[in-house]
Ligand binder design. Structure first.
Ligand SMILES: *Cc1c(COP(=O)(O)O)cnc(C)c1O
Length: 406
């Protein structure tokens, strides 16, 4: 092993980063005070408490929507939204080929068929043209995903959806407090979902929310999320088929505390991401997700994502780079795979369910496939650090490149 390789932390050398990034999840006296209040009140579920209701009101206001419903996860929020819209067997739902599995699995959970379309190679968001081309008479809805908080082109997506009579469900699992051209994410679609899972920008461990401006859809979602029981139910009235996906008061309490920090944290991430872009763009073989001009101001930066070109790193594969980066003290992970390359897809043979549509055809999804194969992600909490932390990220990347290329 040459000298530079042996100095890599992954080979026993001294890690590049000696101190640590801000810890995540973050919670302090605020969470503790509100949680204590709930414990002592004896009101642990939303039916008797006020915390979930208070949270829903505040969250709806933040996302500029009339209604918000707290639920148990972002995945459940997607499933409930689609059920509320009446999406089921025989329907097709258009989704980006590059997303977290839930965007796709929720469609299948509703017995509908997910139709994968390509994304933009720079913004990683759904390509409106690909969306329009995939529309058939069976298309019932589209789920644009605001990838890493980069808003999709909502003008185009909503225009096309309206023209064809298709519902829009925004997957804003990465988009808390984010916006598109000055208007908050979640306020464009018929419905939108958020996640409060452990790594997300606001968290209560696990949780989710649905927002909408449509009272009927809100009420339908409310019924579905509580085994069909109306709000004022005094007995066992069950008006529709549903499940139990209610957010509890502990989740509501933690989220109320988390909400107070969202705006300030987002500003810090935007500032740091821009600085990190300036450093990373100088590295040959690294190309960060590139925000469209319209998206810069309202981008939440859930994950710092970049292409890793192994040919500029001595041919060392992406996995090796990620291991080396982690050893240097920089948290990193490989991006999610293109949905059609997950084991779930391959083994369930969804291919062929739509005549003439073949998910396996590489040529249909060239951008999504490239992202799935080349992108590396750094978690959002690193962007809550100081300028020096950004310099450490870029410095560690350069240290690895020098060693890999020697
Ligand atoms: C996290 C996530 C979800 C699902 O949220 P959970 O709360 O984990 O169920 C949905 N879509 C995207 C894009 C996500 O990243």
């Amino acid at each position: 092993m040459n000298e530079k390789m042996s100095k890599l932390a992954v080979n026993g050398g001294i890690p590049y980063k000696q101190d640590s990034f801000p810890k995540w999840p973050y919670g302090d006296e605020k969470e503790i005070a509100l949680l204590t209040e709930v414990v002592q009140s004896g009101k642990w579920w939303r039916t008797t408490g006020r915390k979930v209701i208070e949270f829903e009101e505040k969250f709806a206001t933040m996302q500029e929507c009339e209604f918000c419903l707290g639920v148990t996860s972002g995945t459940h929020a997607l499933e409930i939204s689609m059920s509320a819209l009446g999406i089921s067997h025989g329907d097709e739902v258009i989704i980006p080929a590059f997303s977290y599995i839930s965007t796709c699995s929720a469609v299948i959970y509703c017995n509908a068929v997910p139709v994968l379309v390509d994304v933009d190679p720079e913004t990683f968001c759904m390509d409106p043209k690909a969306f329009e081309q995939a529309i058939t008479p069976k298309t019932k809805a589209v789920i644009p995903v605001h990838m890493a908080g980069h808003s999709c082109n909502m003008d185009e997506i909503c225009r096309i959806a309206k023209k064809h009579g298709i519902y829009v469900i925004e997957d804003a699992a990465h988009g808390h407090n984010g916006s598109y051209k000055g208007k908050k994410l979640g306020s464009f679609g018929d419905m939108a979902i958020f996640s409060f899972q452990n790594g997300k920008l606001m968290t209560c461990g696990e949780g989710g929310a649905i927002v909408t401006n449509n009272k009927n859809l809100y009420e339908q979602a409310y019924l579905i999320h509580g085994v069909g029981r109306p709000k004022d139910d005094k007995g066992y009235t069950h008006t529709v088929v549903g499940s139990t996906c209610r957010m509890n008061e502990f989740q509501g309490a933690v989220l109320l505390a988390q909400m107070d920090r969202v705006e300030e944290m987002m500003r810090r991430r935007i500032e740091n991401a821009q600085y990190l872009d300036s450093l990373m763009n100088k590295v040959d073989g690294i190309k960060p997700q590139k925000p469209a001009d319209y998206a810069v101001e309202g981008m939440t930066h859930y994950m710092y994502m970049f292409y890793y070109e192994d040919s500029k790193f001595g041919g060392h594969p992406r996995q090796e780079f990620v291991e080396a980066l982690k050893a240097e003290g920089i948290p990193a992970f490989i991006s999610f795979p293109v949905l059609s390359k997950t084991q779930f897809f391959m083994e369930n043979n969804f291919m062929g369910k739509i005549p003439g549509y073949d998910y396996k055809k590489e040529k249909d999804l060239p951008n999504a496939n490239k992202i799935g194969e080349k992108v590396v992600c750094i978690p959002q909490y690193t962007l809550l650090g100081a300028q020096k932390d950004m310099e450490d990220i870029a410095g560690a990347v350069l240290k690895i490149q020098e060693a890999f290329c020697q």
